[in-house]
Design a protein around this ligand. Structure first.
Ligand code: 16G
Length: 251
């Protein structure tokens, strides 16, 4: 199917290419591969120069329609699941996605046993020589990147870290250490170049930085996790109620 583009006088050609590519993507032209054809092929198809094509692609990357994967090419961002997440429930990513009918998966970025960083030791209440299991993952829902999570768990709760499978909470539960209470701190941030590439967003896109400290029923700290959630993928929803002293005061 030809895709020749033409700019009317006064119109920038690369913007016409942006519209043409967006239209083709929306109608599912490249849907099967999710990979944009090579520059050379697109230039021939559209009868435009590489410079024009690159400018158009850069615009679509900034918009979040396309993303570059280093060494692999330019990909089409699939329609992203958007998730409402109640901020008061201590659930795991796997459970959250399952509840929404989405399939959770992960790409491991780091897995190993380390001496804790000063921050981890402080947050986990671990001694400086107590080793921690560290697990860094890109979390996906139905194949779309949602978040980067970097978790640290004192090794005493997971002495065989190699046995941790798809769900960290399932592994903790299997040993009787499923956290029962958590504290979460959430703030807005902008993603760095490296994290942007993993999340499939433009560098400096907005994101939610979340820090979770999770405890066992006896009050000991079992998890310290720092996460970076795509701002366009997650809405954190809080239920609000008048606190009891205020309720009494109103009677
Ligand atoms: C959630 C938690 C994260 C926890 C993970 C376990 C937030 C912000 N974070 O993503 O702290 O480590 O679940 O998920 O909700 P998993 O059991 O699927 O590995």
């Amino acid at each position: 199917m030809p895709m020749t583009v033409e700019a009317v006088p006064g119109q920038k050609l690369y913007l016409v290419v942006v519209d043409a590519l967006r239209r083709e993507i929306e109608t599912g032209r490249f849907a099967e591969a999710q990979l944009l054809p090579a520059e050379r092929v697109l230039c021939e198809l559209l009868h435009v120069s590489r410079t024009t094509l690159r400018k158009a692609i850069a615009d679509l990357v900034a918009e979040g329609v396309l993303f570059h994967r280093h060494g692999a090419g330019t990909f089409i961002q699939r329609a992203r699941p958007r998730v409402d997440q109640p901020s008061s429930r201590l659930t795991s990513f796997t459970e959250d996605m399952r509840l929404r009918g989405l399939e959770a998966s992960s790409r491991e970025l780091e897995r190993g046993v380390f001496l804790p960083t000063p921050e981890e030791a402080m947050m986990l209440g671990a001694g400086p020589n107590e080793r921690v299991f560290r697990l860094g993952r890109l979390r996906l829902a139905d194949g779309s990147p949602m978040a980067i999570e970097r978790a640290a768990v004192p090794l005493r709760y997971l002495p065989e870290p190699d046995t941790v499978g798809a769900s960290l909470y399932a592994a903790l539960a299997a040993r009787g250490f499923r956290p029962t209470r958590g504290l979460q701190r959430l703030r807005a941030t902008l993603v760095s170049d490296g994290d942007a590439e993993l999340l499939g967003v433009a560098p400096n896109s907005p994101a939610l930085h979340i820090q979770r400290i999770a405890y066992l029923a006896d009050g000991s700290c079992v998890e310290f996790t720092k996460s970076l959630y795509r701002a366009d993928a997650y809405d954190f929803v809080s239920e609000l109620a008048l606190s009891s002293p205020m309720r009494k005061a109103r009677r």
